[in-house]
Design a protein around this ligand. Sequence first.
Ligand code: ATP
Length: 224
Amino acid sequence: MSKSKASFIGIFGGTFDPIHYGHLRIAEEVVETIGLREMRFTPAGIPRLRYAPIASPQHRAAMIHTAIQNNPRFVLDERETRRPGISYSVESLRELRQEMGENITLCFVMGADAFMKLAEWHSWRELFRLCHIIIAARPGHALATNHDVLPQELREECTQRWVSSAGSLECASNGLIFVAPTTLLDISATAIRAGITTRSSVRYLLPDAVLDYIETNHLYSGEE
Ligand code: ATP
């Protein structure tokens, strides 16, 4: 069934420790390219596949709130930081599907580095029954368009799912994968945290207001 673009909703998961211009620019470009009604930034509480975030869930959510407040299409979704235990994206997508109904098409956004590891995620095949996947290329990580670099299990699951235009996402309400054309920005939260800890400048890698928040709350300085 063809879907109206007005019903497309983006979900952007991550630790956002802290949010930076790499995240924000991808979100802006994906919203525009696909015509998303909104992009929901969904910070993980306790991630399963990586070390625990440095900043608390409350601080990470507050930084997202600060960064997105002037964009009417950007929304902070705190369901994963409020849910006890490990954060599973699949649970959030199930909940959103229930809350928003069948007329909504969910588009889960991730960088190429995250996509490479998708087969390690909890109930990862179920994701394709709940949403489309939108991939953003990331400097230093293999191009998602080169399917040969994908782990075999993931490559096989994805074979019939790739689409080469945003418009093709309207052909189904879930299960398709699109590599969005996004500006390559070699920015990572890891580098930002390291810069703050060593007192190097991280200005212009993230919004000034987020940097002010970090300084006011002494985040990543080694003092917290
Ligand atoms: P860290 O350095 O702490 O691992 P990060 O910068 O990768 O953090 P996350 O919050 O872990 O940020 O990322 C959330 C999502 O955004 C992931 O899917 C990740 O691949 C993607 N992402 C983050 N930064 C970029 C970037 N510069 N370009 C493309 N994708 C990115």
